[in-house]
Design a binder for this molecule. Structure first.
Ligand code: OOG
Ligand code: MG
Length: 261
């Protein structure tokens, strides 16, 4: 049975309440039955619409579950797409765990679009040509589901666990950069947790960007000049607690760090 409009709105409300009350909920598969992937995106659309109605601003998009490490860690083996809001972006390199449920932090390559990019059939080369700036980034994910346990439609409905995000202060021109070979050293409290390269993201973050543009086109949307895109974590996410400092050091892009309070 397809989800009715009322059921879809009830699920969006349920997830927004969990976020607002900083309370984890069982996966939808347990409380509301199995959604299809398309229904997951319909719930996400409803969440985006409600955030915009409440005064938030869409500043860009993100991909998730683009790297093998992340897919294995979460048990979901398909990339997902979600929205980034003005309220997501941390103005300073500090995240307050008191505002969140059970945050985790992951290193990402972020890009700023120089031109609109509209699918279908966007290729990685065309996607990259539309990028103006590249930034080192950290995403703070905070699944609204208990223990980060979710199915593919569940995580899509939950706007792909989006919670907070921070980028480095110095954008690097995209021209001439090979995002696949950009290396990252992911550090917590001075200790290296993992190392990776951009190629961890679907082979090349440009491939991720092209996929995002094609996904948006299927939903009647496009990437717009000036929008920010987080192309997906290069490594599994790190657990964090107050007092931690997490840092991503990228070759060619510089570093970005986040204090957890
Ligand atoms: C889903 C979001 C994944 C990424 O970069 O892989 C994501 C999750 O792991 O909770 O943002
Ligand atoms: Mg991410």
């Amino acid at each position: 049975m397809p989800l009715s409009r009322d059921e879809l709105e009830a699920i969006a409300e349920h997830l927004l309440t969990a976020e607002a009350e900083r309370r984890e909920v069982p996966s939808l598969a347990k409380t509301h039955g199995e959604l299809t992937l398309d229904e997951g995106y319909q719930v996400q659309d409803e969440i985006i619409a409600r955030k915009l109605e409440a005064g938030d601003r869409l500043i860009g998009w993100k991909l998730g579950l683009t790297s093998r490490e992340k897919q294995k860690a979460m048990g979901v083996f398909e990339p997902v797409y979600g929205a980034l809001f003005a309220s997501t972006l941390l103005p300073e390199c500090e995240v307050k765990t008191g505002e969140l449920i059970h945050p985790r932090v992951e290193p990402e390559i972020a890009v700023v679009m120089g031109e609109d990019l509209e699918g279908p059939d966007v290729t990685p080369a065309r996607a990259l040509a539309a990028v103006r700036w590249v930034l080192p980034a950290l995403e703070v994910i905070d699944s609204r589901y208990q223990d980060f346990k979710f199915t593919l439609p569940d995580v899509v409905a939950d706007n792909t666990s989006t919670a907070r995000a921070v980028t480095g202060a110095r954008p690097v021109p995209a021209e001439g950069l090979d995002l696949a070979t950009v290396g990252v050293v992911f550090v917590k409290n001075g200790e290296i947790i993992t190392t990776a390269a951009g190629a961890a993201v679907l082979g090349d973050p440009a491939i991720a960007l092209a996929r995002l543009a094609n996904h948006l086109s299927r939903r009647g949307q496009k990437l717009k000049a000036g929008q920010l895109v987080f192309t997906g974590a290069l490594t599994a996410a790190a657990f964090v607690a107050p007092g931690d400092v997490v840092e991503a050091r990228f070759a060619s892009l510089g570093s970005v760090s986040l204090r957890v309070v």
